[in-house]
Design a protein around this ligand. Structure first.
Ligand SMILES: [Cu+2]
Length: 288
């Protein structure tokens, strides 16, 4: 029974490890950054924060593997050497100072080894460096609205494409939006996040960005995308019936392309005086 259990645990760990490694090694062929079918593990990181998260995760996984192996071997050793048959007269030892100090101090050291990079990462995420571009994302039931506070004219809603539209545009199912956030590569992007109704959460896994959108509160996070391409995210706070249908699209482009987009966007979105959100909401009421 014990051996069967150990076998199952190790088989599961090995399978997870192999699948995760495969997923990592799958290159981003087409500049589209989303999870692959059947993928276990993280998306390919595209920001220094996400790289930090992945390496912390890998480090802790290796430590866990080591501890699990050690404990398993210890249990097997004890079960074989000290069972009633092999060891009919048990020792009556009750204390061992050295051993007791060791099994207190070693776990403390292990926790310290985990805490140092963990707090460093938390601090990096929390303290926003001087931003090159600021984007404001507002959650709505059930889509995101965006503003570029440095360019008043740029304000738009990003609404999920339906299945046929997404397919035609080459997006994975449920992940494409009609409008997308555009930001320059290798620049500090500050994201201000709030909500108009209930709590949502703005997330891009490849950037390691995830922050709640709370009505009446302005939360802030940041990322620095290191690779150009299209990145997908989804609302990550249960927010109602269409929670699963408010994806996030961020396109990372070169500085030159970004400048060109800014000029275009200022004209394109300047006429967005009647938010589509209302049309969208009423259309939804009819269809539901
Ligand atoms: Cu939501």
């Amino acid at each position: 029974m014990l051996f069967k259990y150990i076998y199952i645990v190790f088989a599961a760990m090995a399978a997870t490890f192999i699948t995760a490694t495969n997923a990592f090694s799958q290159a981003i062929e087409d500049g589209i950054h989303s999870a692959k079918p059947g993928q276990i593990g993280f998306m390919e990181p595209a920001s220094p924060i996400m790289e930090g998260i992945v390496s912390l995760h890998d480090m802790i996984t290796v430590m866990m593997l080591g501890i699990t192996l050690f404990v398993t071997i210890l249990i097997i050793y004890i079960a074989v050497k000290f069972n009633a048959k092999a060891n009919p007269v048990p020792s009556k030892t009750t204390h061992n100072t050295l051993l007791e100090v060791a099994w207190t101090v070693i776990p403390v050291l292990i926790l310290v080894v985990i805490a140092v990079p963990s707090f460093r990462l938390l601090y990096q995420q929390d303290v926003i460096p001087e931003a090159d571009v600021t984007v404001k994302a507002t959650g709505n039931q059930w889509y995101w609205s965006y503003e570029y506070p440095d360019h008043e004219e740029i304000t738009f809603d990003a609404i999920m494409l339906d299945e046929a539209e997404a397919k035609a545009a080459g997006h994975p199912r449920l992940l494409g939006t009609d409008e997308r956030v555009v930001v320059p590569v290798n620049k500090i992007i500050r994201v201000q996040v709030t909500s108009n109704d209930v709590i949502h959460a703005w997330t891009i896994p490849a950037f390691g960005s995830k922050i709640d959108a709370v009505p009446g509160k302005l939360n802030e996070t940041w990322f620095k995308a290191t690779k150009e391409g299209l990145y997908y995210g989804q609302c990550s706070e249960l927010c109602g019936i269409r929670h699963g249908f408010m994806p996030i699209n961020v396109e990372v482009v070169s500085e030159v392309e970004y400048e060109a987009w800014l000029e275009e966007a200022k004209v394109k979105y300047a006429s967005n005086d009647a938010p589509r959100s209302r049309e969208y909401a009423s259309a939804q009421e009819i269809t539901e």
